[in-house]
Design a protein around this ligand. Structure first.
Ligand code: ADP
Length: 269
């Protein structure tokens, strides 16, 4: 199990930079106010994690982020008995900590986790708001400040693994996508410290590459990759070399597809 700490990017007000895409901030706030859990669907690198970090900061709540994977079990979320010098003791997992302290627990790529995690998520996600700790026999009532947030990428590779409808309909859901042109340009300017012209060219390239999605690529150029490219270009690296190392190679292992991406890159750089 991995608990991730944020790679914090602070703006002049010493707050994490977040550019709103639509009305997601108010949806989150209303859901939080009504103690409702939130589900965010969207492709890789489109700002889901940054959004949750921003909201945790805005609401001044501790944030526990768990990157889910196919070995992640309910015990990784709730906690387990460990052996110490004085015998065994119980250690809360990230979900239990958030439930007790009144924090936000964010389960990234929740569909990857083992099926036994639904047993702990269901009673927390509906109006019971309780967390049963099977191992200790405890039934913890969630603090009123606790919020459960989960995300997944509904791209075709997850079709078989999609979230069960009975789980999905316990959540308020938001769909994220790559930002609109001006917003993505602004994000790149802020995150990479580049000028508007370079940011715009990268957004245009990103959009052109996203159109290749259906035919050649499992995943398309994310905002994250465009930011990497902007950073490398702004420090003087040759633009086409950057396109190869930050876009073409990370997006495909197929030499023909890499070449096709480079053909598109040459239109812009
Ligand atoms: P996801 O969780 O969807 O995979 P992230 O939240 O990690 O993606 O986003 C990748 C990067 O893109 C972030 O680290 C941040 O630099 C940038 N980013 C994306 N969307 C936004 C946004 N709306 N505001 C600010 N930064 C953003």
């Amino acid at each position: 199990m991995t608990t991730v700490n944020f790679n914090t990017k602070l703006n002049e007000k010493n707050a994490l930079f977040y550019k709103e895409q639509e009305r997601e901030v108010s949806v989150f706030e209303y859901a939080y106010q009504h103690n409702l859990p939130l589900l965010i669907k969207g492709p890789t690198g489109c700002g889901k994690t940054r959004f949750i970090a921003h909201m945790a900061e805005k609401l001044n709540k501790p944030l526990y982020t768990v990157a889910c994977h196919d070995d992640l079990t309910a015990a990784d979320l709730v906690g387990r008995h460990l052996i110490g010098p004085d015998g065994t003791y119980w250690q809360d997992g990230p979900l239990t900590k958030a439930v007790r302290e009144g924090g936000i627990c964010y389960l990234d790529e929740v569909v990857e986790a083992r099926k036994d995690t639904t047993v702990v998520l269901h009673p927390l996600a509906d109006d019971r708001r309780v967390l049963p700790l099977e191992r200790t026999g405890e039934l913890i009532e969630a603090s009123p400040d606790f919020m459960l947030v989960v995300s997944y990428n509904p791209g075709y590779q997850n079709l078989l693994k999609g979230m069960k409808p009975s789980t999905r309909q316990r959540f308020v859901a938001l769909r994220f996508d790559y930002p609109k042109t001006e917003i993505e340009q602004d994000i790149i300017i802020n995150e990479a410290g580049v000028d508007a012209h370079l940011a715009y060219k990268l957004v245009e390239l990103g959009q052109a590459l996203r159109k290749l999605e259906q035919s050649d690529l499992d995943e398309v150029a994310s905002t994250r990759l465009l930011i990497y490219a902007a950073k490398m270009m702004s420090s003087g690296m040759n633009a086409l070399d950057v396109c190869r190392s930050c876009l073409a190679e990370p997006l495909s292992d197929e030499p023909d597809t890499v070449n096709a991406i480079m053909d598109v890159a040459r239109i812009y750089f």
